[in-house]
Design a protein around this ligand. Sequence first.
Ligand code: ASP
Length: 408
Amino acid sequence: MKKKKLSLPLQILLALLLGIAVGAVLGSTGLKSITTDFIKPFGDIFVNLLKFIVVPVVLVSMIDGILSMDDMKKVGAVGWKTVLYFVCTTAIACVIGLALANVFHGAGLFPDLSKELGSASYEAAEFGGFMSTLVGIFPSNMWEAFRTANMLQVIVIALFFGGAIMAAGEKGKLCRDLVSSFNEVINRLMEFIIALSPIGVFAYMSWVVANQGPDILGSLALVLGCAYIGYILHAVLVYSFSAKVFAGMSPVRFFKGAAAAMMFAFTTTSSAATLPVSKECAEEMGADRDVAAFVLPLGATINMDGTAIYQCVATVFLAACSGMELTLGQMVLVVVTATLASVGTAGVSGAGMIMLAMVLEAINIPVDYIGLIVAVDRLFDMGRTCLNVTGDIACTLCVSKWESNAAR
Ligand code: ASP
């Protein structure tokens, strides 16, 4: 008889519970060094893999995202309106996420764990003035940018290559195909690494609980709560507003119409997998078929408001845990990198966590701290995917309305 394999979410849940139990037992019996010496290293292997994949993911998925916008030129006005809507709503999402996380942090709700878990292994980069920061974003050596995982430089490289492949037209087709093939391969690799997350979850959870005590669970609940408040606020403020003002539809009707896709996204944690359902919901609410056929797949690839909120909240939380205070300049950088990271995030389960590593690298927060929240990433992912999909549907309805007004 064939054994039935446990689903990944269930494996993660079991690993989480087992990690808490083992950590609590070892912590209370004075054996916490066992977790540090023998269990945590497996978590480190998992985080190393996350770090190893982040440069190729950012590079290739961002070039691929830019190339998919090339189609946008073909559809002219629809394309520009769509991208404008995506960028504006994602930037608002970042601001909401950052503001909320700062309120939580200001109220002392995020712990400083640097003493127990080791302080930041990187020193916060000195802010050397606007001009030198600007110059520093442009790499003089591509491999150096990859070697040091300098994310801003990697993004710039991706933007240049994406633009150049587009400009090369027919002659650049081989590169274009290579990028899309690499993108597939890297997505598989990412799935493979994500499939190892139960090991990382168990290892880090037992280590954190043994060293920190079960109090850490309260902090995780708080940061989750903070992200969910952000998701709800964004949906209520931005999507209700868009539905009412741009699409001429009552918010209640909008959320009712989008409910099936929202629930599907919540459970599958994949915008790409939800596409057929979101298409049906959007068309049911009166979206133009052609607009939906263009906006929804593009949205599932590059529009991730929920992911942006999650990345901002998680960044402030992890900065607090590592004993860092973010400066205003760093927060602006978080908004910019999280907006770009959302373009590069694939519409599949867990991709946002990998792109979070990019945001952390960009502002010199130790990526290892991701280990703290990896255990509950699935819970973040359910909400953020739900919001991502809702944003795509809202955009489809707005652009449909704008197009039909323009045609009159
Ligand atoms: N799971 C999300 C989505 O498919 C991406 C992410 O992990 O943030 O939209």
